[in-house]
Write a protein that binds this ligand. Structure first.
Ligand SMILES: C[S@@+](CC[C@H](N)C(=O)[O-])C[C@H]1O[C@@H](n2cnc3c(N)ncnc32)[C@H](O)[C@@H]1O
Length: 269
């Protein structure tokens, strides 16, 4: 049923977590969006995302003991800069296939995805303070767990209890996981409970996107506006420290977003 909805032209069902569990192809996703620092040639926005994350974390302002990444997918790109500033990283995703893909890279299995071009780009952006080889070692040493999570749950890691984090990072997950704006608000409220008071939420997402394509399959996306995200964060007791947007300029066949955003918000109470 979900499959038919994804492949048909008149998509009726929002592809929630279960669709990722059953139909998402991690390797098709990585090949399409992460095989080089430009990202997908239709979107051309990965360099922007990597630079923003590097700027946020590179300044040394956001650091601490534990960083939790929510909805990592099969991807490690969001952590390449962050791993320098935290002692322990917990990665997570709803879909088994995505967590297995990450584990393959952490173990350096022969068939794991090649992240070297993306890692090398981040090292260059950071002024080559580390070689790509050193960076890989640092990231692998810092990732301590890859956990199942469901952001729709009050405790996304339930029944596990994960201690509160100094930083929560989430890239392109909430708009894929939340079927409507009320769910998005509730989910951000759930995520806030995972943060220490005064800790930061770093999010990368897309504006006004309704779908994206992976291996010929269509996945839903909740269309978001900047004002809605800002207001939701404010109502939940976050103070927004940065909100950056890059409008999309190129012709795009794999998704329909109009801009990519990067936000840093502090948990005030
Ligand atoms: C567009 S991918 C983003 C992956 C990665 N963070 C990135 O930036 O490339 C969306 C991710 O959200 C995950 N996801 C969907 N529903 C979820 C849920 N309810 N809880 C946690 N993760 C979910 C999917 O499994 C998928 O990995």
């Amino acid at each position: 049923m979900q499959m038919a909805a994804m492949e048909g032209s008149g998509q009726t069902t929002f592809t929630e977590g279960e669709s990722y569990q059953d139909h998402f192809d991690p390797r098709a996703y990585l090949n399409s969006f992460y095989s080089c620092p430009h990202g997908n040639s239709d979107e051309n926005c990965l360099k922007y995302e990597l630079r923003q994350l590097s700027k946020s974390f590179g300044a040394g302002k956001y650091k601490g003991r534990r960083l939790i990444e929510i909805g990592s997918g099969p991807s490690i790109h969001g952590l390449i800069s962050a791993c320098e500033h935290f002692e322990e990283i917990i990665m997570s995703d709803f879909a088994d296939c995505n967590r297995q893909e990450i584990e393959r890279w952490l173990r350096a299995d022969a068939d794991c995805f090649d992240w070297d071009p993306v890692i090398q780009f981040v090292c260059e952006v950071e002024g080559n303070r580390r070689t790509p080889g050193e960076k890989k070692v640092r990231l692998k040493q810092t990732v301590k767990q890859v956990l199942k999570c469901d952001v729709r749950l009050e405790n996304p890691f339930g029944p596990l209890v994960v201690g509160p984090a100094d930083c929560l990072l989430s890239c392109l997950c909430l708009e894929a996981a939340c079927r409507d704006l009320e769910t998005y608000q509730r989910v951000l409220g759930n995520l806030k409970m995972l943060l220490k008071p005064g800790a930061v939420l770093v999010m990368v997402g897309v504006l006004n996107e309704t779908f994206y394509m992976v291996g010929g399959k269509r996945f839903s996306c909740l269309a978001l506006r900047e004002s809605f995200i800002q207001e939701t964060l404010k109502n939940l007791g976050f103070s927004v420290e940065e909100f950056n947007v890059m409008p999309l300029r190129s012709n795009n066949m794999v998704s329909d977003f109009t801009g990519i955003f990067h936000v840093v918000a502090r948990n005030c109470f």
